[in-house]
Design a protein around this ligand. Structure first.
Ligand code: FAD
Ligand code: MLT
Ligand code: ZN
Length: 462
């Protein structure tokens, strides 16, 4: 059955590169969640838009389900293929296609790694400002499909802000050319925006035209040690008031312990319960004095106990590693990840309730808190004890997530701030979106993909 299906694919798209080795099926069938056993039909690696279209026409004819796949750094199971789907990997479509100096746009193929996009923009003296630790492996297509956030949202916003145009292949194999990089286009529904964050359920992004920003100003990085969680939002307010912040990220002592065990350099002799890494514009005496004034004001108020400011690019990188190395250092524990958000103004009340809730709910598990506190986005990672079976561990954590979802609903927050719903958060979508809204989302999916072939079972069940 599988052989004859793949033979028909080879006949329909003769030059298509296909992988079917067991190692490849495993490699391309999973993402960073490592929760599901990969079991794809095969891996298609198209080299052109026409090949993507031809594969989708074949899939529509044969009713074959397709999982669009980028760098598979996703943390919600969005790119998982565990049920005989065809994986459509965009990794061969990884080139920059055009730069326009007047429009200040860069057009790229969807499989281009984020870091390569950064480098291509810099070659033209400009910046693609969305950034986070998976930059070397994740693809721009995956970033668009998840509306990725990262460490500079506080200054530049999410991926959505930077997409001027998209080319998307539909489930029937049609090619949509959405918005064509127009700045103004008031001609009806903006399907480009609909595609952003759709997690591969509405179409396959094949090309993107990205807006580029001015190069960032010279910056300094500061690491702050905090004595209490309550002071965190106060420190944020004090720094935001005085400085042009490029990033404001937080983590706990447990996170620091894991990153240090993973080779990072210890910042202070003493151990403190909470830390902040912040990056801000400098370049003149006024801004440097403002940074010192913010630091001293927070020391005087008793919110900050110690601090260090980078004296070189190498030291700035060292400080950033303390925050950016967390995900990798926790990976061996197959963490159960929550990625939640509330409005920034709701953060203190939400933190108080969540801390109390998780303190009671997780007395036996190690819980690591970190995240983009300046965006109202918390990452709460629960580490699996070595001897515990993964299914039991996930079941226990799901009980707590139900309570967390209720708290989020009460505070008007989101169960997925930036990682997407995928398979992981599917049971909790209704804590963030109302029934009428979910019904409309299903209707939109049905209109674009009537046979339900694109990434089935992700975001919601059919
Ligand atoms: P994949 O994992 O391959 O896919 C993700 C989803 O997009 C899936 O649903 C998939 O079907 C769909 N998809 C992929 N390509 C396409 C396409 N061309 N067309 C249509 N659908 C497609 N995320 C953040 O937002 N902020 C962070 O700070 C952050 N930090 C991270 C740090 C680390 C160390 C790691 C491992 C992950 C981090 N992530 C972060 C999560 C992840 O990197 C992002 O979600 C990223 O956008 C996924 O890109 P990808 O190419 O790996 O996508
Ligand atoms: C991060 O902010 O580091 C990422 O979103 C990754 C994670 O949550 O593990
Ligand atoms: Zn994050």
């Amino acid at each position: 059955m599988t052989d004859s299906l793949l033979d028909s694919l080879r006949a329909a798209v003769p030059d298509l590169r296909l992988k079917t080795d067991a190692g490849d099926l495993e490699h391309y069938g999973r993402d960073w969640t490592r929760r599901w056993t990969p079991n794809p039909l095969a891996i298609a690696l198209p080299g052109s838009v026409e090949e993507v279209q031809a594969v989708m026409r074949w899939a529509a004819q044969r009713q074959v389900r397709v999982v669009p796949s980028g760098g598979r750094t996703g943390l919600s199971g969005g790119a998982v293929a565990a049920d005989g789907e065809l994986v459509m990997s965009l990794e061969r479509m990884n080139k920059a296609l055009a730069f326009d100096r007047v429009d200040r746009t860069l057009t790229v193929q969807a499989g281009m790694p984020l870091e390569a996009v950064h480098n291509a923009a810099r070659e033209h003296g400009l910046e693609y400002p969305v950034d986070f630790a998976a930059r070397g492996s994740c693809s721009i297509g995956g970033n668009i499909a998840t509306n990725a956030g990262g460490i500079r949202v506080i200054r530049y916003g999410n991926t959505r802000e930077w997409i001027a145009g998209l080319k998307v292949v539909t489930a029937q194999g049609e090619l949509l050319d959405l918005n064509r990089a127009l700045v103004k286009n008031s001609s009806g529904y903006d399907l480009r925006q609909l595609m952003i964050g759709s997690e591969g359920t509405l179409g396959i992004v094949v090309e993107a035209t990205l807006r580029l920003a001015d190069p960032p100003p010279p910056t300094n990085v500061m690491l702050l040690a905090l004595t209490s969680f309550e002071g965190l939002m106060e420190v944020f307010a004090a720094f935001r008031e005085r400085l042009r912040l490029e990033a404001f990220e937080f983590f706990t002592d447990i996170a620091l312990r894991h990153v240090l065990a993973h080779g990072a350099v210890k910042p202070f002799d003493e151990v403190y319960p909470y830390y902040v890494v912040t990056e801000f514009a400098v370049g003149d005496q006024d801004s440097e004095a403002a940074a010192m004034a913010a630091f001293e004001a927070c020391m005087e108020a008793g919110w900050v106990a110690d601090g260090v400011i980078s004296q070189s690019d190498a030291q700035a990188q060292q400080l950033w590693r303390l925050r950016e190395g967390i995900t990798e250092s926790l990976a061996p524990y197959v963490p159960y990840k929550n990625d939640v958000s509330v409005r920034i103004s709701q953060m203190p009340a939400f933190l108080e309730q969540t801390q109390a809730l998780l303190g009671q709910a997780y007395p036996h598990f190690e819980v690591v808190w970190f995240g983009h506190i300046g965006d109202g986005n918390l990452h709460i990672n629960v580490l699996k004890p070595e001897q515990m079976a993964q299914a039991d561990f996930v079941r226990d954590c799901e009980q707590v997530t139900k309570l967390l979802a209720q708290a989020l609903k009460a505070h008007g927050g989101s169960i997925s701030a930036e990682h997407g719903i995928g398979l992981v958060k599917k049971p909790y979508l209704d804590s963030t979106r109302g029934p009428a809204e979910i019904a409309l989302m299903r209707g939109i999916r049905k209109a674009l993909d009537p046979q339900g072939l694109l990434n089935p079972g992700k975001l919601f069940d059919p």
